[in-house]
Design a binder for this molecule. Structure first.
Ligand SMILES: [Zn+2]
Ligand SMILES: [Zn+2]
Length: 277
């Protein structure tokens, strides 16, 4: 509020306050007011936080963020390439890296982001994914970030694309540019939840086109999605991007319920959920 008053005072006194600086001051003031009215708290357990970091230390821990070593192709933890998770997959993208194996905490965050309008969850997940990717080798030259698009009808219904939220937060951490209009979903696809791997591939085949070729041509692309399961959607997007001239496509996702050889029922945790829209 103090900053807002300072800004208005300077502006009204006719001082040379440039528009960008004024907007910046207003934004800072707005954030100050917001922090006063809604003090930062953990998105999951509501514990008050000193700074708006999204989650408290305990909830960060419960996200179960995947640590190396991981498969060089699908990012599955603890296994070497090619691993049992991806040996039978026809990925056209070069690499998939997921932040988490879809722990309960991440399921809650994804649900908040997609169905409860809590866009802050998208920023938190995107930043965390960006921090993780800082420790990985990204393709050269620096890739352009492209979020998986929603179909227009779904976008109107939700009001935002959760993959764009994640992509923007990730790109800020990595200082990459985002092309959120490069891909278009031209066909509304039925929910993938109850389809097997082959059906998922058929369901999304031809569902995406590249509508802006220049930003993705002759350079690598970092495709961003919220949850990758069989990889069918990411594969369809990657196929369209490669067709448009992208040199290679890497995929970054908040979660992938990797098959775990020691825990073969691990995927059942997402069966029947409706999170993959
Ligand atoms: Zn917490
Ligand atoms: Zn693998």
């Amino acid at each position: 509020m103090k900053l807002l008053l300072q800004a208005i005072s300077r502006y009204s006194n006719g001082m040379d306050v440039k528009r960008d600086a004024f907007v910046h001051l207003l934004r800072s003031a707005s954030e100050s007011v917001q922090a006063f009215v809604y003090p930062p708290h953990c998105l999951l357990c509501r514990t008050p936080l000193d700074e708006s970091e999204g989650l408290c230390p305990g909830c960060w821990e419960s996200m179960d963020i995947i640590e190396p070593p991981r498969c060089a192709r699908c990012g599955c933890p603890g296994l070497s390439h090619p691993c049992t998770n991806c040996a039978d997959k026809d990925y056209v993208f070069s690499r998939l890296l997921a932040l988490t194996p879809f722990s309960r905490s991440v399921q809650r965050m994804v649900h908040m982001m997609k169905y409860q309008g809590q866009t802050a969850a998208g920023h938190t997940l995107g930043r965390a994914l960006g921090w993780m990717l800082e420790g990985e080798s990204l393709p050269e030259p620096r890739p352009v970030v492209v979020p998986v698009p929603l179909h227009g009808s779904r976008l109107r219904e939700r009001g935002y694309n959760q993959s764009v939220l994640i992509a923007r937060a990730l790109a800020r951490v990595l200082e990459l540019s985002v092309e959120d209009r490069a891909l278009k979903r031209v066909r509304a696809t039925e929910t993938q939840t109850n389809l097997d791997s082959a059906e998922r591939g058929a369901n999304v085949e031809g569902a995406f086109i590249v509508r802006r070729k220049d930003p993705v041509s002759k350079r690598p692309v970092l495709l961003v999605d919220d949850v990758v399961t069989t990889g069918a959607t990411a594969n369809a997007c990657a196929a369209a991007l490669l067709e448009a001239g992208a040199t290679e496509v890497h995929v970054a996702a908040v979660a992938c319920p990797y098959f775990d050889a020691e825990e073969p029922d691990a995927q059942s945790v997402v069966t029947g959920s409706d999170l993959f829209i």
